[in-house]
Design a protein around this ligand. Sequence first.
Ligand code: IPM
Ligand code: MG
Length: 346
Amino acid sequence: MTLNVVFLPGDGVGPEVSDSARSILEATVAKFNLDLSMQTCAFGGAAIDSYGDPFPVETQQACLSADAIFLGAVGGPKWDGAEKRPESGLLALRKTLDVYANLRPVQVLSGMENLSPLKPDLARNIDILIVRELTGGLYFGDRTEGDMSASDICTYTRAEVQRVARIAFRAARERRGKVVSVDKANVLATSRLWRSSVIDLHQSEFADVELEHMLVDAMAMKLIQCPAEYDVLLTENLFGDILSDEASVLSGSIGMAPSASLGDGTRGLYEPIHGSAPDIAGTGKANPVGAILSVAMLLRHSLEVPEAADIIEVGVQQAIKAGYGTGDIGGQDSTQNFTEKLIALL
Ligand code: IPM
Ligand code: MG
């Protein structure tokens, strides 16, 4: 059976890191003899320019019939204030695929503590998985726009909370068995529903996993104070957006962090968590590691070739230990150079 991967390069540095991702996937296909077809579609600002729509119908159809989708990055100043924004295409893509659980791992590998902005002692042994709810909350609620007043409505249902919590608990079982559920239950009604839904699911299905609750402001602080204490962090859409940027930089650069967005089946959407970085687009400075590690997640979760994912992950560690890397992590390689060196290592 031919597996089908769709690439959405998007905007800014998106096309550059997508090229890296694609080369790595091609190298893996050759090594593992996978039967794979790859296709590239227009998305984001680039699609607004050519189709007048950030998520054109052709792209929607290709994504719906894909086994996995890789996304570079979307957005940029060019489309700020435009009637259609690239970001709305991204939200529609997530909703269309119903990928409600966004997995964002952050690791500081031994010997790489010096890349972290934290003191090496604090950075040592960081290994966190953020599970962010991705298709609900403020991002998808009704909103009103106005010059004098505006509103965004946040809604969550018990079912929406429990389906993403289930993914977090399952992931914890494969890791160190600890989940911290992050909310703002001292103020928000949605957070109180969040907390009680997580508690009920924990009692009925996951009593073997350790569960703790933390307010989001305290969590933001703890991530800087004692990040190595945390295993899986489970949270809602907006909090997860913010905390995952904060956490990702603990490993040295946001350019290093991958993500996988999953739903009920094996189909997934994979993207580095960095943005389109328009200031460095086209300069070859973009760090492709987040994109490359996203390909590893794609191979693990959607194509179900964990051996290939392992090889890429170990290869990236070796490459960085060998001093290869882009400027953001103190190296001298261009995006393409790093990718070529890594392929040689693999
Ligand atoms: C992310 C990004 C997006 C989000 C933007 C581009 C809409 O910041 O994937 O974290 O907020 O979800
Ligand atoms: Mg974000």
